[in-house]
Design a protein around this ligand. Structure first.
Ligand SMILES: [Zn+2]
Length: 331
């Protein structure tokens, strides 16, 4: 039995038809965990859909209404890049419920992993980049509302910048504002310094991502590490270590939300970094080691993964659970 819970439902499946997003990956990861004996049935807990009330902690009433009534404009649906359906709304509400449940379990048991979620490109008033609503932000706001936490940190290791996360938790830059041009990896902690008229943020956001990739407009995270194309394992891990140390020097979270994208993988169709499967597992280990050393509860969501071979994406997500098992099992 694992020393933490896995949150999963077969209904995490996204009904989007043939799509670069492999919606069957969640079931495949679940199957592999059972098949290999890494987890057994008792390790899994089943989520319920988030309530609209929870979703409204992050999203605008207008947007939630459009989703609930199927009245997105054609342009809004296009921007989401996945085909709207009421069933898809249900799947996203369930993934938000899964992230809430994972956060709850993480606070009780020190760690929890949802075999889904990580929809970090959703904004309060619109969805984009395969993301309808922002499950992680909803979970954080729900934990805060329930007074289970005050401060959270997001650590986003998807190959794409966590634009929704950055915008929700601190982005004050208007759309279209010019980007700083950074040719090399850059830490951008400037906006976390308390200014005269802003309070210290209650959510600290870290994003490590490929600079020359979607999204074009990258609202500032607390720390953005803009990685050059083809960054490999060792450089990536050094930057991650650096970002985590810097972040945790500036901010003490009650909950760490790790967004464990599989798409920094060198054979990803939508990514341009060069991490290996082993390097990605070392990445997971690093995040878990840091969280454990500081006794920060950690909740995990999977986010993106578009490897040429689906099995590689499944293995990378599976390895995140293996890494957590190795790290959190007391010997
Ligand atoms: Zn991604």
């Amino acid at each position: 039995m694992l020393p933490f819970k896995l949150v999963y439902s077969d209904d995490y499946y996204l009904p989007i038809g043939a799509h670069v997003f492999p919606a069957e990956k969640y079931a495949r990861v679940h199957h592999k965990l059972i098949e290999t004996g890494v987890a057994d049935a008792s390790d899994f807990v089943t989520p319920h859909a988030a309530a609209d009330e929870d979703v409204l902690l992050v999203h605008t009433p207008q947007y939630v209404h459009k989703l609930r009534t199927g009245t997105l404009s054609a342009r809004e649906e296009l921007e989401m890049e996945i085909p709207y359906s009421p069933e898809l709304v249900r799947a996203f509400w369930l993934s938000a419920g899964g992230s809430i449940l994972a956060a709850d379990h993480a606070l009780k048991e020190g760690a929890a992993i949802s075999i889904g979620g990580g929809f970090h490109h959703a904004f309060p008033d619109h969805g984009e980049g395969f993301c309808m609503i922002h499950d992680v932000a909803i979970a954080i706001r729900r934990m805060q509302r329930d007074q289970k936490i005050t401060r959270a940190m997001t650590v986003d290791c998807d190959v794409h910048q966590g634009n929704g996360t950055a915008f929700i938790f601190g982005g004050s830059r208007p759309p279209g504002a010019p980007l700083p041009s950074t040719g090399a990896p850059t830490l951008n902690p400037a906006h976390t310094r308390p200014s005269r008229n802003s309070q210290e943020p209650d959510v600290f956001t870290i994003s490590l991502h490929q600079e020359h990739n979607y999204p074009a407009w990258k609202p500032h995270s607390s720390i953005d590490v803009n990685l050059p194309d083809e960054t490999g394992d060792d450089d990536y891990l050094a930057w991650l270590d650096n970002a985590l140390s810097s972040g945790l020097r500036m901010f003490e979270p009650d909950l760490l939300c790790y967004i464990a994208g599989a798409d920094p993988y060198r054979e990803d169709q939508l990514g341009g970094l060069s991490l290996t499967i082993e390097g990605l597992k070392r990445r997971d280990e690093l995040v878990f080691r840091v969280a454990q050393a500081r006794q920060i509860p950690v909740m995990v969501t999977l986010a993106g993964g578009y490897a040429i071979r689906l099995e590689d994406t499944v293995t990378i997500h599976f390895n995140t659970v293996v890494a957590a098992k190795e790290m959190f099992t007391v010997r």
